[in-house]
Design a protein around this ligand. Structure first.
Ligand SMILES: C[S@@+](CC[C@H](N)C(=O)[O-])C[C@H]1O[C@@H](n2cnc3c(N)ncnc32)[C@H](O)[C@@H]1O
Length: 222
């Protein structure tokens, strides 16, 4: 495993962003783990507790609901959705991330695929009852953040839910940070896309020092 150096990491990401190649560095994070999913530095190696809480309180009648996980990383949240009964597609632009998922979960029911949110298979359009996004928008720069949000929304079937989990910041703070957390106005972009906000939580995580986060749920009405 290559040792993670946060300063070098930010420099590399910035240089890709400056060359307008904002997604070309992701695979290197996974290849640096040299085949061991536990060495991917941003992987929590457990499902998001806010996702688990939502899955407990939100019960559904149909047994055939379809979920899609954006930028699934090493797969913890995709597996949690599958265990909750969803038929899950989970994709990542990084081939190595998908290889690690398949190796980690050899008997999984989740369909793990290499795909690009900005050029996803056309049959996915408006076909998922639940879209799950955790920490992808925040690792993208500028216009790609809006494009990512719009692409995520376009995956929602009528009456579908999108769950958005991310780092958060106050407007005009941390403006050059990598990753760049979302501020309230940016996450409210999901409402401006025509979705209804079902719930919204702002909280600090358990790291030292604590990192502020948002966890929001939106519903597509028509
Ligand atoms: C910060 S990581 C978060 C991974 C995972 N969701 C988690 O919470 O651990 C962001 C993920 O998004 C993926 N990603 C970035 N841009 C993408 C795109 N355009 N299409 C698909 N995946 C993308 C990256 O490869 C990476 O795995």
């Amino acid at each position: 495993m290559k040792k993670f150096d946060p300063i070098a990491y930010k420099k590399i990401v910035k240089s890709y962003q400056d060359q307008d190649r904002p997604t070309d560095w992701f695979d290197s994070i996974y290849t640096d783990a040299e085949g061991d999913y536990r060495d991917v530095f941003w992987a929590d190696l457990e499902p998001n507790p806010y996702l688990l809480k939502w899955l407990k309180t939100y019960t559904f009648k149909s047994t055939e609901l379809k979920a899609i996980v954006i930028g699934c990383g090493v797969g913890d949240d995709a597996e949690a959705l599958s265990e909750a009964g969803y038929e899950v597609t989970a994709f990542d632009i990084s081939p190595e991330a998908i290889r690690l998922c398949k190796k980690r979960y050899p008997y999984t029911k989740v369909k793990y695929l290499i795909a690009d949110l900005f050029d996803y298979p056309s049959k996915w359009f408006e076909s998922f009852d639940l879209v799950y996004e955790c920490n992808t928008i925040q690792v993208l720069p500028g216009k790609y953040r809006v494009q990512a949000r719009d692409a995520m929304v376009s995956l929602l079937a009528p009456q579908g839910y999108i769950l958005v989990s991310c780092r958060s910041r106050l407007k005009e703070e941390q403006e050059d940070d990598i990753p760049l957390p979302l501020d309230k106005d940016e996450i409210d972009g999901f409402i401006r896309c025509g979705l209804r906000e079902e719930s919204f939580e702002a909280y600090d995580d358990t790291q030292e020092p604590p990192v502020p986060h948002f966890f929001a749920v939106y519903k597509k009405l028509e």
